[in-house]
Unconditional design. Structure first.
Ligand code: XBP
Ligand code: MG
Length: 250
């Protein structure tokens, strides 16, 4: 790698465990509000996560699991309407009950800022979901810590396509070799890899059995001085938590 200049963070599953107890719940509350008999269990949601993007995920659910559903002629518009509601519900949840950040996230972001390592976000989720998570779970001004918040439909193709990472690199005027991506899923890894960016994975319950071939390192989380990470693959040279020196040495 050239000299490390920037970290590009995924959001869902990487900064916080947003999927199971926040996105999934917001989808279900929206379905109930519209009196739809759609209910996404914790297990089913794990299968639906194969498809990134909430609107795309609803379409996938109907195609694969609900061939019985009498689709309205304006199904695309209906999905857009549902998704707007789901986004509102999700944002209300994040402001009323802020989610905890995953271990090491706050520390690594703070250290990056003081070490002059630039920060960006590359995610599939809707932009306001990111700013609300940052504001309520990290700090009131945390959105301004990131030079770019590349999110959602700003690019034509969502992860695993490389578009969102390429967009972030372009906005920050960086080369792939100057960055490390931090991701939690195979779709995220494929996206970052296809943009040529070395990737560190912190797995979670939904992604721990995915194939992370090609990742520079796979950990259970970023770790803390008092709470060491577990290495699932890769070499950390004795480190017990991720910090900038360790990332520079990778
Ligand atoms: C995140 C997603 C998103 C969220 C839901 O993937 O796939 O779709 O699950 O957000 P990644 P929206 O972490 O790889 O970016 O409903 O706003 O799409
Ligand atoms: Mg993710």
């Amino acid at each position: 790698m050239n000299k490390l200049q920037a970290l590009l963070f995924d959001v869902d599953g990487t900064l916080a465990e947003t999927e199971r107890d926040a996105h999934r719940v917001a989808f279900n509350e929206t379905f109930a509000k519209y009196k739809l008999d759609w209910n996404w269990s914790v297990e089913l949601y794990g299968e639906l996560l194969a498809v990134t993007g909430g609107k795309e995920r609803m379409q996938f659910y109907l195609d694969k699991y609900r061939p019985d559903y009498q689709q309205p002629s304006d199904l695309q518009d209906f999905i857009i309407e549902l998704h707007k509601d789901k986004t509102k519900c999700y944002n209300d949840m994040l402001s009323n009950n802020p989610l905890a950040l995953r271990p090491g996230v706050r520390r690594l972001l703070a250290e990056s800022r003081s070490a002059g390592i630039r920060l960006g976000i590359a995610t599939t989720t809707t932009p306001e979901n990111v700013t609300s998570l940052l504001e309520h779970s990290l700090a009131a001004d945390a959105a301004s810590w990131f030079e770019v918040i590349a999110a959602g439909s700003v690019v034509p193709n969502k992860k695993p396509a490389p578009d969102i990472y390429n967009y972030a690199l372009q906005q920050m005027d960086l080369q792939a070799a100057q960055c490390i991506a931090i991701e939690d899923s195979q779709n995220g890894l494929r996206s970052a890899q296809a943009a040529g960016i070395s990737t560190l994975i912190t797995v979670n319950n939904y992604t721990c059995n995915e194939d992370f071939k090609g990742a520079m390192l796979v950990l259970d989380n970023l770790g803390e001085p008092e709470q060491p990470f577990t290495v699932l693959s890769g070499n950390v040279d004795g480190a017990t938590y991720v910090d900038i020196n360790m990332l520079k040495a990778l």
